[in-house]
Design a protein around this ligand. Structure first.
Ligand SMILES: [Zn+2]
Length: 110
């Protein structure tokens, strides 16, 4: 995951998913590749639950609690203000989840 273009695509995917905007899982697979996809799917699931706070039909930012926003407003806020934060979260969670993947409970039979 080194290309800036792919990082942008990945953040956009995560933010769209967090806001319940139309998105296709195939899209994620295309961005991260089929090797990273199984873990990245879990990472995205974890992060999307933390980006948006929905209260009394108002949307607030889950990272800095700013708001209320419209859906479009929060989309732009997350993309402009928190892109680096989100990439960092993705990197950290990806490392954490792939470690679990390499050392599964019960070990590997050989
Ligand atoms: Zn924010």
């Amino acid at each position: 995951m080194t290309s800036t273009y792919l990082k942008d695509q990945l953040v956009r995917y995560v933010v769209r998913k967090a806001l319940d905007l139309p998105i296709d899982d195939i899209e994620l697979q295309r961005i991260v590749g089929s090797t990273q996809y199984p873990i990245m799917r879990k990472v995205v699931g974890y992060i999307t639950r933390r980006l948006v706070i929905e209260k009394n039909q108002h949307l607030r930012c889950g990272l800095c609690n700013k708001g209320p926003f419209t859906k479009r407003g929060l989309y732009l806020h997350l993309m402009r203000v928190h892109k680096e934060d989100i990439l960092k979260m993705i990197d950290e969670k990806y490392a954490e989840y792939s470690k679990k993947q390499f050392f599964p409970r019960g070990g590997v039979s050989s």
